[in-house]
Design a protein. Sequence first.
Lengths: 199, 257
Amino acid sequence: MKNLVVPGEIVSEKPYRADGVFMEEGKTLSAVMGVVEDGRLIPLKGPYFPKRGDYVIGIIKEEGFYGWMADLHSPFEGKISARETREKFRIGDVVSAKIFEVDEVGEALLGEARRLWEGEVLEVEPAKIPRIIGKSGSMVSLIKQYAKTDAFVGQNGRIYLKGGDTSMAVMAILKICSEAHVSGLTDRISAFLEKGGKD
Amino acid sequence: MAKVLKEEDLIKNGKRCDGRGFEDLRPIIVKAGVLKQASGSAYVEWGRNKVYAAVYGPHEVFPKHMTNNYKALINARYIMAPFSGLDDHSRSGPNRRSIEISKVAKHVFENVVLTNLFPKTMIDVHMEVMQSDGGTRVASITAASVALADAGIPMRDLVCGVSVGKVAGELLLDLDKYEDNLGGSDVPMIFAPRNGDLLLYQMDGMLSKDEVERAYDMALGACKKIRVLQENALKEKYKEVFEKIKGGENGNNQGSY
């Protein structure tokens, strides 16, 4: 209980740079709500900041001579250059893409853009994505296995589901989001899935 | 014949008209995450004050020409519901007083939010006073700070505030409507309680230098208490889930997250 923090609480006596923290007088303090584990802050809330190398799911919201702008469920937008892709997109299309570069105002340059067909998109808190993926993808493969669905998790808090029992997958993901800060998550989720999506 | 309330009537036998001592706060209830559509929200019941705060964003700047390429803009909006007070507020919508409070609230949040992390964006902070009984600006900013933390917007500290005033020659903490209207002086203050930064100081009426110093100490002491309430409100939701899962397992709640 004692390691749940709100903005302005000490995370570590040593200064370091990371997401959701700031440094003051040689100490590291939390800037957002989170859980402290071994002097590291795991944020519980917060918007998505585009990072180079992340795979994201965007929704096309603007078309220009340069290409397309995609909404990334974030304060910042993603730009798809027409040179980088052979596909043509229309406003409202859901695309998966990789972030090639982030400029100084946070805008992301996207590559490997592909349109996603037919499935469903679920939006969750971006801070929970690492728990949904699990250690080297263990949690998401658990969901895929039980729900027999094809899942693609974007780092920006969007999850694309196609085929199989998507409602069970959604229930499992929402359960992860609400219980992510309590230890023993994997056991609870696998028990939940084994019972067919019931507690 | 109706008796007209005077300043001297507000203090009797060392107690205030609502039974509080000179340095007592009104009962305060803080709740986080009360509105579903907002990125973050909070509700504060401060005596008879009832305030909702909601935060939207960070999102694209509107109007676009206001964009700052180095930091996020904060758009604070304080407003009183037309049915909030005892007096007739006649029309809804912003008036001279609420525009002023919106402006000072904006400056408070610009000092604590790490705006440089969100260039070219804007954060909307709405504060709606549903019922008022003196000290709504400090209640609103206290609520909005919880709403900002609930939205996950990076901040240096939670901010909160309280007013101190002089009524019938005595310094009183947390004035209500009558003490505010009839008293001699009213000083709302907003602090970042962690390091004691004073972020807002407005003064109506007069205080001597000694009184200003005493008022500062009283307000800072009270703000440290209010900050604890804010913290508990934010943690409550996560604790509930924790206790639901862990409480049944081993009977005690001493486990780690």
